[in-house]
Ligand binder design. Structure first.
Ligand SMILES: [Zn+2]
Length: 417
């Protein structure tokens, strides 16, 4: 039965069509028409492949609409530099914010401490880094350290040449934040030529309460237990959010299509959960999992979350500190001929975290973990485009997802807590 599901996916040609169609919707920034378009497409495709209309589970969140961002030297030389405001950055006064720049290097806690006396009242510059690696320091932590040391503005530079400015979430809240801007590697070089550079930054944006929806679809099995297969819909405006996360969404559609007509043969049900506002500190999945009753959470035996599953041929499962889950993943990946890496420490970098936080065994499949040169390095840059995805890699990742999902739905016992 499990091999049959995998075979269907091997022989299906809808994966690529779905992947391209999702990329065609654009970057899917939350609150944009592109996100809406993607939501409509995914809803109609889920209905087409399963015969069931997905439920739109409402999510209220504080929307943020990006306006212009400007960065220039105060002396006016070099004109303005290309830049983008980070998601949910507070606005500056209309005329901008003028201050001296201070280069904090990579932006480690030690670097912030060493320069502590010089940070207050200045705009800090740190570097973005490869997102999926053991020692990655997330931009939101650097941003918090900048605030703690009294900085009044935050610049983060791409670590890659010739790809333009980097984006991402700032981690600002209405109560606590400083204006935050992503810049290119070249701009960082230019601004740090002199020992002291005075710059002006301006950020324009609008905040307003917004509503969006997660798409939830239940394919019941023989017993009232569930395996949740999830992926996030939203992305960033710079490109088409191809690796992050059109890859995961397309794979979910293929697995749903293969499983739906055969669910009466499976012990557990398959719940498809397409979350949005993931890039908003995982808001969509937080609202969903927090909103379940204790017994509903107990009925979920596994969350398999797909986020950026191609961009490298190598896949890693982030196993969220569940040793039994890790053993199970390795055993069944191997049984189906897949080489799977594992990383045990819990990582709050995608929707699986909100399941794990509630004690539900949850894992994220991600490509390129600890592979600094893989195309995954382009995530959050204008280069996150479909040409970075080798179709064979996406197909293999989808086959592994299908094998694990079908195995989890079929198993007599599935106690991975
Ligand atoms: Zn993602």
């Amino acid at each position: 039965m499990i091999n049959e599901i995998v075979k269907i996916i091997e022989n299906s040609d809808t994966l690529i069509g779905d992947f391209n169609a999702i990329c065609d919707t654009g970057g899917r920034f939350a609150g944009s028409p592109s996100e809406q378009l993607a939501c409509e497409y995914l809803s109609s495709r889920l209905e087409a492949v399963t015969g069931i209309t997905p439920t739109r589970a409402p999510v209220d969140y504080l929307g943020w609409l990006r306006g212009d961002a400007v960065l220039e030297r105060v002396d006016g030389t070099d004109g303005t530099f290309p830049c983008v405001s980070l998601v949910r950055s507070p606005v500056t006064p209309p005329m901008g914010l003028i201050a001296e720049l201070i280069d904090v290097g990579r932006g480690t806690e030690q670097e912030f401490s060493a320069l502590s006396d010089n940070i207050s009242g200045r705009i800090v510059l740190v570097r973005h880094e490869y997102m999926f690696a053991t020692g990655t320091i997330h931009r939101r932590r650097k941003y918090q350290w900048a605030i703690e040391h009294g900085a009044i503005g935050f610049l983060i530079a791409s670590h890659l040449p010739e790809v333009g400015p980097v984006t991402g979430s700032s981690g600002a809240t209405p109560e606590r934040g400083i204006p935050a801007i992503g810049i290119s590697a070249e701009t960082a070089l230019n601004l740090t030529q002199d020992s002291s550079t005075k710059i002006r930054i301006r950020v324009d944006a609008k905040e307003m309460p917004r509503k969006t929806s997660n798409l939830i679809l239940d394919l019941p099995g023989q017993e009232p237990e569930w395996v949740v297969l999830s992926a996030h819909i939203d992305g960033h405006h710079l490109a088409e959010s191809a690796m992050d996360n059109a890859t995961g969404l397309a794979a979910v559609l293929s697995v749903a299509a293969a499983m739906a007509p055969r669910m009466n043969r499976f012990r557990r049900g398959l719940r498809i959960a397409l979350f949005t506002v993931e890039e908003w500190a995982l808001a969509g999945s937080r609202v969903y999992v927090d909103g379940l009753s204790v017994s509903e959470r107990q009925a979920i035996k596994l969350n398999l979350n797909l986020d950026s599953i191609a961009g490298s041929p190598n896949l890693t499962a982030l196993s969220s500190d569940f040793p039994k889950l890790e053993t199970w993943l390795l055993e069944h990946a191997d049984a189906h001929g897949h080489n799977l890496g594992v990383h045990r420490p819990i990582m709050a970098n995608s929707d699986h975290f909100n399941f794990a936080r509630h004690g539900i065994p949850a894992t994220r499949l991600v490509a390129g973990f600890n592979e600094y040169q893989s195309d995954i390095k382009y995530v959050l840059t204008p280069e996150d485009t479909r040409d970075k995805v080798v179709i064979g890699d996406l197909k293999r990742a989808t086959c592994l997802t299908a094998a694990l999902t079908a195995q989890a739905c079929a198993a007599d016992e599935l106690e991975l807590r």
